[in-house]
Design a protein around this ligand. Sequence first.
Ligand code: NAD
Ligand code: DAU
Length: 353
Amino acid sequence: MTILVTGGAGFIGSNFVLDWLEATNETVINLDKLTYAGNLQNLASLAGDARHVFVHGDFGDAALVNHLLATHQPRAVVNFAAESHVDRSIHGPADFINTNIVGTFNLLESVRAYWGALESGAKAAFRFLHVSTDEVYGSLAKTEAAFTEEHKYEPNSPYSASKAASDHLVRAYHHTYGLPVLTTNCSNNYGPFHFPEKLIPLMIVNAQAGKPLPVYGDGQQIRDWLYVKDHCRAIRRVLEAGTLGEVYNVGGWNEKPNLDIVHTVCALLDELKPRADGKPYKDQITYVTDRPGHDRRYAIDARKIEQQLGWKPAETFETGIRKTVQWYLDNPAWVANVQSGGYKDWVNKQYGS
Ligand code: NAD
Ligand code: DAU
């Protein structure tokens, strides 16, 4: 048995591939374009493992994807590949439209042709799982109920609009062609291999480098944080037992204002790697111009996946964030590697010198 994963060299995709091969013996074909966000170092522990087949390429390349499907005959496709950073989507939306919308469309077309030609048993067993985000639902007011799967779509950034479009395409392929799809909409992930353009790894990395810790606006925007390995387990569970055509919201009931997150990271670093001058890392916090169109609050109502599929997060925020900070302290070579090349250009563009 084999599955095809797209975007499996990115943050969540690589955690998923590692988790999958820890939990099962099923081969993973990992198709990744290796954009700035893809990193084969994340998968270094799989060197020599015949169950992991890495293919460098674009998930929207029909000839390549058709070839991979025909050759490996996967029983499922799990689609992680995307442009994922909201701030980058504000500076340059085109890549988000091309990858998240057109790329997903091309993938769906290849998968539809492959699935349509399968014999009846394989056809009935096949699954296409699309990994999406809570950002498609837009922003919540402080007292509003958390997002359920029925919440209206109201994406506010080019990133979330492109993910929303991809979700609609996936839904339409089920409704129109009967393609056996599943969609997961997850909240903010954190954990190992998180690229340091996103809030938590950026704070850990900047703090140690003695750089400012840039908090957008008043820092009171709320996100709902989930340890990445819990997300990976949720995807495995939905693939195994989810009802075809259904959507599952995934989250950890862990709403926190950004400023609290930054203070928690600073306090952990004070404990695990104190500053040479004995001062607290929180002295490095700097308030900067807010993100345009910044969503104020996200919160996931995860009752459906908990009650119907029996999934629950294993980590609390306290255990997960401690593991995460420790992982970054233990892996300076990984951090140095991802900070080379285009990383500096991005930081200058977003935060100035
Ligand atoms: P990421 O940016 O870390 O990784 C994306 C990966 O996709 C990279 O390895 C990149 O090389 C690859 N990729 C990009 N374009 C490609 C293409 N055309 N063909 C093949 N590969 C391509 O993203 P992530 O944070 O790991 O997110 C993975 C998925 O999960 C995305 O679809 C994202 O929308 C979704 N998601 C992310 C979060 C989060 O908190 N990070 C939360 C919910 C959902
Ligand atoms: O909610 C799920 C989404 O979470 C995913 O779909 C996205 O792919 C993922 O990137 C993430 O989006 P966010 O925009 O929430 O994540 P980010 O880490 O960029 O920002 C988290 C919060 O922190 C957000 O309110 C903006 C703020 N922030 C971010 C950065 C990079 C800052 O205050 N300062 C910063 O320098």
